[in-house]
Ligand binder design. Structure first.
Ligand code: ADP
Ligand code: MG
Length: 258
């Protein structure tokens, strides 16, 4: 396994906001090299839990560890250099070219000649190298998200955190980008944690699915186990939706009654 592969451990992590217990005593271990999907209804605490890893959120109680070391043992900017973070509407700087956007983390890390690395990163996310000179508003939504992924991977982090990264994309673009990210994960030996509200996406992409409900992890199972009926009621309620849709489509194809 590549040496940059990172494990993440949550030990009894809680976070309360005024009026909401966003994360309620979560303990779990994410193995280095795994692809974990964090699924659950809006407000169930997915984003808050994810942000405790790169310290955009400080827990009120408990500890988060990366490779066995508490995440607050190093300065936040150094921690974040080891963690790629992609979220919806990634927020490319509109007045900077694609190359300049991708190079931001490289420059923050003190690198001066970034053109070669930017070209490699464009290859990695399967964008043409001549996109380097384009401005963000000359890209499609899916292309912008690919630039966001390139930027997140610029420093060669072993851990990739993604919070609804496909949310604003049409289904075809979304599917293509999701597959590209799974391929990148496998090729680079990343540890990936993907927040999504889409159980079908989680089942198709991840090695392990965590279902969050009211700040707690209500289910922790492999896609295979979930499809076999495991994981409990909260998980099965979410699995029922894509399964039912798949059955209806298969019936229409087979029956030809419509
Ligand atoms: P999810 O990502 O699953 O939609 P969040 O982690 O964003 O859930 O939110 C969990 C709960 O915490 C919700 O009730 C939300 O309203 C609340 N919350 C999240 N962020 C804040 C904040 N900055 N201030 C106050 N409440 C927040
Ligand atoms: Mg969220």
């Amino acid at each position: 396994m590549p040496e940059q592969t990172r494990s993440v451990t949550f030990k009894n992590v809680s976070k309360r906001y005024p009026g909401a217990l966003a994360v309620d005593g979560v303990s779990l271990e994410v193995a280095g090299g795994s692809f974990v999907a964090l699924v659950g209804a809006s407000g169930s605490g997915k984003s808050t839990l994810l942000k405790t890893i790169n310290r955009l959120v400080a827990p009120d109680a408990g500890t988060v560890l990366m490779d066995g070391e508490p995440v607050d043992a190093v300065p936040a900017h150094l921690l974040r250099r080891r963690i790629g973070y992609v979220f919806q509407n990634i927020g490319l700087f509109p007045h900077m070219s694609v190359a300049e956007n991708i190079a931001i983390p490289l420059r923050l890390a003190g690198e001066r000649n970034t053109a070669g690395r930017v070209a490699e990163l464009l290859d990695l996310v399967e964008l043409p190298r001549d996109f380097a000179a384009r401005m963000p508003d000359a890209l499609s939504g899916g292309q912008r998200q690919r630039v966001g992924v390139a930027r997140a991977l610029a420093n060669g982090p072993g851990l990739l955190l993604m919070d609804e990264p496909f949310g604003a994309l049409d289904p075809v673009t979304r599917d293509g980008l999701a597959r590209a990210i799974r391929a990148l994960h496998d090729r680079m030996g990343l540890t990936t944690i993907l927040v999504t509200h889409d159980m079908a996406e989680a089942l198709l992409l991840a090695d392990r699915v965590l279902v969050m409900s009211e700040g707690r992890v209500a289910a922790d199972a492999t896609p295979r186990a979930l499809l076999a009926g495991g994981g409990g009621d909260a998980a099965q309620a979410l699995v029922a939706v894509p399964r039912e849709q798949a059955h209806r489509l298969a019936e229409m194809e087979g029956g030809g009654s419509r």
